[in-house]
Design a protein around this ligand. Structure first.
Ligand code: 5AD
Ligand code: SF4
Length: 491
């Protein structure tokens, strides 16, 4: 199969056309300025060096999108707002996956009304998955007229034009696209400090799990071309990044629209990029997780031996209702491949309890799978109906109190397993990437193992963002403690 007819366009070329038509050119720092030296941001806000703030809810895809928003803001000439009170623009990048995530964002939008009333010149934008839903747009139109700009996941790379319209228009500016008409390359990104970077490889999701809003909010699957992904990883390596996490709603669908090249091929090729030491990827769907992929991961030491395989339920009938496309037996077969080929790999999962019509018997089967696999960690959720998904229309006789109680029982089991798994590592030596000072205690450094476990070590000067080895001395449910045995020289 050849690539879908989605054209690929360059952000740089398009933005250059937009900016030059308005009399702006790039300065030596990459900021768009007019002939008088005013930045594009200054021309919008009517003041020099206006400040912007972004806030993000949700998954790593949303984190990566916010980095793209911040990259665009920097090129326009916005500086960082240290606090909301000093921001000229605030962008809220929202998540719609569960009611709780949506409520947090809506609560924040409500709280910002005070600021907007005090400073009407503040420009407030709402974007991300929640903004992609017609119900939210309707809600914000009626109840949050203080929001100036609403845009979706498919046009977040149009930020300069969107901001310009929002400044110009009296009324709320709403521009949400149902589909991505093109894949945009060379997106600017302002990444978090450090040596780790997110790299999108596939956008959207075609799996249509019956509980999930993502196919609505993120559209159809679109793989980036391998050459574009590899060029980005090479650029990152040249800039000093050492770890990349390949991102997608479903990374192992990568390449379904590209022909014979699949996710295992991409991992193999990314592993050849000099300078990149560790490769991670998220999220996987067990349906497309092949034995070839497990073998590829085993063959390349740069690919971290961590498998995040969301099982969602241990009951075959619930899996069917969820439209997951695998049975418990098929899932366990996959776990078997991982355990056989990479016995020391970490396996983590996502689980939903209280799906409509889930019985105690169904739930006990989920607990059974959790015991049988022995997950290193699990992200557990109470089912949350999402308007527009098939499951939200189904009768749901499971009382909320029962769902809550199931979640507590599941967590109790998983916490015990996580603790046991961590305790088994006491006395071992673990390869780590040192991240930086702990937020809670500046005398402690945080580090991550290849299996993405958090390790705390006593502070040492000059070791941040380096790889090293830690002797693990103590373990709790979520955290390992240890001492740095070796640190590699910096690069
Ligand atoms: N209710 C509860 N959990 C959900 N997830 C996705 N949709 C829902 C929902 N409607 C969970 C799944 C998914 C994770 C990212 O969020 O477990 O893997
Ligand atoms: Fe939330 Fe899903 Fe959107 Fe990520 S893709 S932000 S998890 S709704």
């Amino acid at each position: 199969m050849q690539r879908l007819e989605i054209p690929v366009v360059s952000y740089n070329a398009r933005t250059a056309a937009f900016m030059t038509a308005r009399g702006f050119h790039r300065d030596g720092c990459g900021v768009w300025r007019d002939a008088a030296g005013h930045s594009f941001a200054a021309s919008l806000a009517g003041k020099e060096a206006p400040a912007a703030a972004t806030r993000t809810w949700g998954c790593q895809m949303n984190e990566a999108d916010s980095e793209t928003l911040r990259g665009q803001l920097r090129e326009m000439g916005y500086v960082d707002a240290p606090v909301d009170d000093e921001a000229d623009v605030i962008l809220l990048n929202t998540c719609a996956v569960r009611g709780t995530a949506a409520d947090h964002a809506l609560g924040e939008i409500g709280r910002l009304k005070r600021l907007k009333t005090e400073r009407p010149e503040l420009l407030l934008g709402v974007c991300g998955c929640l903004a992609q839903m017609p119900e939210t747009v309707e809600y914000l139109r009626r109840h949050a007229p203080h929001v100036d700009l609403i845009f979706g996941t498919n046009n977040l790379h149009d930020l300069p034009g969107l901001l310009q319209r929002a400044y110009r228009d009296e009324a709320q500016t709403v521009d949400v696209w149902d589909q991505a008409p093109e894949t945009v390359e060379n997106l600017p990104s302002r990444r978090a400090p450090g040596v780790k970077a997110w790299v999108n490889i596939i956008y959207g999701c075609d799996k249509f799990c019956t509980y999930c809003i993502v196919p609505t909010t993120r559209g159809r699957e679109r793989s980036r071309r391998p050459g574009d992904v590899l060029a980005e990883v090479e650029r990152l390596a040249a800039e000093g990044y050492r770890e990349v996490t390949l991102l997608g709603q479903n990374v192992n669908s990568y390449g379904h629209d590209l022909g014979a090249y699949d996710f295992a091929d991409l991992l193999r090729d990314v592993a050849q990029v000099p300078g990149i030491r560790w490769i991670r990827y998220t999220t996987s769907h067990p349906r497309d997780f092949t034995e070839k992929l497990v073998r590829t991961i085993g063959l390349h030491p740069k690919i971290c031996e961590h498998f995040h395989l969301p099982v969602q339920s241990g009951s075959d009938r619930v899996l069917r209702w969820m439209n997951r496309g695998y049975s418990r037996a098929r899932y366990m077969e996959l776990i078997g491949h991982v355990r056989r080929l990479l016995p020391h790999a970490a396996i983590t999962t996502d689980i939903i309890v209280g799906f409509p019509r889930e019985t105690e018997e169904d739930f006990l089967q989920t607990l059974d799978v959790v015991r049988e696999v022995g997950y290193d960690n699990a992200f557990t959720f109470q089912y949350s109906p999402r308007a527009g998904t098939p499951a939200a229309r189904w009768e749901d006789p499971v009382p909320p109190a029962v769902k809550k109680e199931r979640l507590e029982r599941l967590n109790e089991l998983q916490y015990a397993i996580s603790r046991r798994k961590n305790q088994a590592l006491v006395g071992s030596m673990q390869e780590v990437l040192i991240e930086g000072p702990s937020r809670k205690d500046p005398d402690v450094l945080t580090a991550r193992t290849r299996t993405n476990r958090l390790v705390l070590v006593p502070k040492r000067e000059g070791v941040v963002h380096r790889f090293g080895r830690v002797h693990v001395t103590e373990a709790q449910t979520w955290t390992l403690y240890g001492s740095l045995a070796e640190v590699e020289p910096g690069v």
